[in-house]
Design a protein around this ligand. Structure first.
Ligand code: DON
Length: 322
């Protein structure tokens, strides 16, 4: 009955900068020798990133930033981009359109599953799996037109990160040369009426979005914007209406770590999103966001160390949203 009292007392007193620093440093040291996991190997560029790199950034709702480890190295944003593409589409078309045209249900299957599309009534399932992300991207590219779309998306992502992001060209080329599986998914969705622009254009655009280079600090600000009700906690720019933020977080909480999201929410209780580049973002609404970078992944495609570090920090700061 009283087991939780120590952490609760810690979280209830006003946290000082020293507390945040102590917690992230402890998380860093505790897991830095972790040997489990393996870099993504189906995208050649990701396979050769140094697996020893590890960084943690925590940003509070009021824009205080705490960091430890490798927080400047730019790695592939990969699937984490899906969250911000979703934000943009929700801003433009509203939350009902996301439900009708994409979906909001967990597949229980890997992020690039073809059977998931068939099982879910030929729908893309949700915006955070490859099928749903490409369909969401196709809403944007058809809305803005092929010429203008990149600049619009680029501006929007820059708002979240607080600086303009660049594509890692080598990553884009490496992924574009090996993404036949995603092309097939895009074509399949087209055949079922759930692709809203030219499927191969949308697939290529999505691949480019996945190739954004971000560091852990960028990701923390991006996630921090969601922790702060849609306003970037550092630049104070509003990126998404407050009423949409819980919808985005709900989808992250349902499917952000793919088929292991249920276990993640059971153990940690923070809406999160992973990418095969080794990043994970987690949002404690109204308090703070955490971004962790460490390339070695588990079988589902989620960074091993990032999961360990975020669970540790969340427990210490009593952040479980439930
Ligand atoms: O489409 C892909 O396969 C990659 N660009 C992104 C996948 C990804 O990050 C899934 N993450 N855990």
């Amino acid at each position: 009955l009283f087991l939780g009292s120590a952490t609760t007392a810690f979280a209830q007193k006003k946290l000082r900068p020293a507390d945040y620093n102590a917690v992230i440093n402890e998380a860093y040291n505790r897991f830095k020798d972790e040997k489990e996991g393996k870099n993504a190997d189906y995208i050649p560029f990701l396979a050769k990133v140094d697996p020893g790199m590890y960084g943690i950034v925590l940003v509070t709702k009021d824009g205080q930033v705490y960091q430890v480890g490798e927080t400047k190295f730019e790695f592939g944003i990969e699937s984490i981009e899906k969250v911000f593409t979703l934000c943009m589409a929700m801003e433009l078309f509203g939350d009902q359109a996301i439900l009708d045209k994409i979906g909001a249900d967990q597949t229980g299957l890997p992020f690039n599953s073809v059977p998931a599309i068939e099982i879910d009534g030929k729908k893309p399932s949700n915006p955070l799996v490859n099928a749903g992300a490409m369909a969401t991207t196709s809403l944007l590219t058809s809305h803005f037109g092929h010429e203008a779309a990149w600049e619009k998306v680029d501006d929007y992502f820059a708002g979240f990160a607080g600086r303009r992001l660049k594509i890692i060209d080598e990553l884009y080329k490496s992924e574009a040369a090996t993404n036949e599986h995603n092309q097939a998914i895009a074509m399949l969705l087209k055949s079922y009426g759930y692709m809203y622009d030219d499927p191969l254009f949308a697939c290529d655009f999505y691949t480019r979005q996945c190739s954004y280079g971000v560091n852990a600090h960028d990701l923390a600000l991006m996630a921090g914007t969601l922790a702060n009700g849609g306003v970037n906690p550092v630049t104070k720019e509003r990126l998404i209406q407050e009423k949409y933020v819980p919808k985005v977080l709900a989808i992250m909480g349902t499917t952000g770590l793919y088929e292991t999201t249920g276990q993640w929410m059971y153990k940690v209780g923070l809406p999160s999103k992973s990418g095969v580049g080794g990043g994970i973002i987690s949002v404690m609404p109204g308090r703070f966001a955490i971004a962790v970078f460490s390339p070695p992944l588990d079988k589902a495609g989620n960074s091993v160390r990032a999961q360990e570090a975020i669970k540790f920090i969340s427990d210490k700061l009593n952040a479980n949203v439930y």
